[in-house]
Ligand binder design. Structure first.
Ligand code: PLP
Length: 388
């Protein structure tokens, strides 16, 4: 029996483990749980992408090691994708790094840019894995509260001067997990000036970059003037193309940050299975009809669920983007007691908001990751609890 290193012992507890255990326990009792707790897309990868993987897997050239930093055709495809979707021009040789999914880049970046004791600004509530990278880098977290009153955007004016003088890096994430908020152009412009003033490297997590509702396509941080001077954006194919299990994404933007990321990765891995790289390139370059259909599907689910909850008297707000709804818990409950109550009495699993940080207390997160019929059924089960 060997003891884990101090670093590993400091890592935050994996947030979803306890939810999975609770859901399994109820399911084992024979109950049909509607699981809206996790963020795993429920639809398959579009067929043309799977076909592309199949034929690429047959080419023996793809059975060899990939170049350490990935194949040029995938970097080129990422650049074509960014210009086509966001009007952002990228040099595929120096402004794109291939990642084993967005999570890898997010966890690696603090280790690329921070020294032990350095300060990093992290949104709260936020995607829990930001904190894992910070622990591995032995850096210090300063939380930026995201509140409903400020449309779930951080208020830079509220951050103390001493913190700003020490901060070297910052995470942002829009469309936002867990709140479903999206960013505005003016917020990204403000972010660029703020980052320039305090020499902070911005890491914008654009995992839900394809999913915006009511005809509003989410904006890329790199669309803001000067953004490439101050940071990078992390893109993943997990949500846009239902490819969460494939583990493929990329970082784009500031050359020095991309270089640091690739240097660290040279020492960690050889890049992705080449057939996955080929299929990922075709996902980015081929017809995007599947993406339009995906957005329409999530918007339909959002409408059914939110309208349903309003009809039973729960005063909820519709998310602008992402596939999450962020709902205020009824009076008398905490995030956790409400999530437990729903699971025990309605067999509906949701994620307690405090799992995303202290400012997530008072909310639950619902993933719109099942059919409209199942979402309607969830609303019906909640109605019978007579809470509203
Ligand atoms: N960022 C956010 C906000 C997420 O919600 C997720 C996945 O749930 C990721 C990043 C990581 O995605 P992946 O590692 O599959 O690319």
């Amino acid at each position: 029996q060997f003891e884990k290193s101090g670093l590993l012992q400091d890592l935050p507890k994996q947030f979803f483990a306890s939810l999975v255990a609770k859901v399994n326990a109820i399911t084992e009792q024979g109950h049909d749980v509607i699981n809206l707790g996790q963020g795993n897309p429920d639809q398959p990868t579009p067929e043309h992408i799977v076909k592309s993987l199949q034929s690429a897997a047959e080419k023996t050239i793809n059975h060899k090691y990939s170049p350490f930093r990935g194949h040029q055709y995938l970097k080129d495809a990422a650049a074509v994708f960014y210009e086509r979707e966001y009007g952002v021009k990228l040099d595929p040789n120096s402004e794109v790094a291939i990642l084993f999914g967005g999570k890898a880049g997010l966890v690696e970046l603090p280790q690329c840019l921070l020294n032990p004791g350095d300060t990093i600004l992290v949104p709260d509530p936020g995607y829990p894995d930001y904190l894992s990278g910070v622990v591995l880098a032995q850096a210090k977290t300063e939380l930026m509260p995201l509140t409903e009153e400020n449309d779930f955007l951080p208020k830079y004016d509220d951050i103390h001067k001493e913190v700003l003088d020490k901060a070297k890096m910052m995470f942002l994430n829009y469309p936002n997990n867990p709140t479903g908020a999206s960013a505005t152009e003016s917020f990204f412009d403000e972010t660029v000036s703020f980052a320039k003033e305090y020499s902070i490297c911005v890491v914008h997590d654009f995992a839900y970059g394809a999913i915006g509702f009511d005809g509003k396509k989410p904006i890329s941080f790199l669309q803001a003037e000067g953004a490439k001077d101050v940071g990078v954006e992390i893109y993943t194919l997990s949500k846009t193309y239902n490819m969460a299990g494939w583990r493929v994404g990329f970082a784009v933007g500031n050359k020095s940050v991309i270089e640091a990321l690739e240097l660290l990765q040279d020492h960690l891995y050889v890049s992705l299975f080449p057939a996955i790289q080929e299929a990922a390139a075709s996902a980015l370059l081929d017809s995007q009809t599947c993406v339009g259909q995906l957005v329409q599907m999530y918007e339909g689910r959002r409408n059914v669920f939110i309208e349903g909850l309003k009809a039973i008297g729960w005063d909820v707000k519709a998310p602008a983007a992402s596939f999450f709804a962020w709902l205020k818990v009824p009076e008398g409950f905490t995030s956790e007691s409400f999530a437990d109550y729903l699971l025990t009495h309605a067999h509906v699993a949701v994620a307690a908001g405090n799992g995303f940080g202290e400012f997530g207390e008072g909310y639950v997160r619902v993933g719109l990751l099942t059919s409209e019929e199942r979402l309607q059924e969830a609303v019906e089960r909640i109605r019978t609890l007579n809470l509203f």
